[in-house]
Ligand binder design. Structure first.
Ligand code: SF4
Length: 166
């Protein structure tokens, strides 16, 4: 399935636990002040890739723990990322996903929820420059939460986990 990307890093240690293949999707409309990836905002920028080729790239790295969807805004491309997440889970990987949206809002949008249901850990919320901290693991600003999506969907409560001492 085709997906519009800004780039791929296949040995990241800063976008979730362990060594990860990070997929930077192209396109974002949140316009967070101080965003580190402004080149990923143009919805028509970047390049088209195939989700099967991305998985193939992941499988070539025997040390990978999982895939991370970053951007850009992953939830603007829920269909291809859902396809990739399902195939990645079958291959034994976990999925971290970044979003500028709020978890509870994603629950109320059927297309976005479909992707959410195939994500293990979600880092939610916009980047807020005044709450920026270099002490946070896997997050840019204090307002962002790392959510255990599976537990949250099971319990109906938003389960936030602390990975700052990971
Ligand atoms: S959501 Fe991420 S990519 Fe989009 S503007 Fe905010 S920090 Fe940048």
């Amino acid at each position: 399935m085709q997906i519009r990307l800004a780039g791929i890093v296949n040995d990241s240690i800063v976008d979730g636990t362990g060594i990860r293949l990070t997929v930077f999707v192209q396109g974002c409309e949140h316009n967070c002040k101080g965003c580190h990836n402004p080149q990923t905002h143009d919805l028509n920028g970047g390049y088209l890739a195939d989700t099967d080729d991305i998985l193939e790239k992941a499988l070539k790295n025997p040390l990978l723990e999982g895939l991370t969807f970053s951007g850009g805004e992953p939830f603007l491309q829920p269909y291809p990322l859902c396809d990739l997440a399902k195939k990645a889970h079958k291959a034994g990987y976990n999925i971290f996903c970044y979003t500028g949206f709020i978890y509870e809002d994603l629950l109320n949008d059927s297309e976005k929820r479909n992707l959410l249901e195939n994500v293990d850990f979600l880092v939610d919320g916009p980047f807020i420059e005044s709450q920026k901290s270099l002490m946070l693991n896997f997050r840019g600003s204090e307002n962002q939460r790392i959510i255990d999506v599976k537990k949250s969907l099971e319990t109906g409560e938003t389960v936030v986990i602390d990975m700052d001492n990971y």
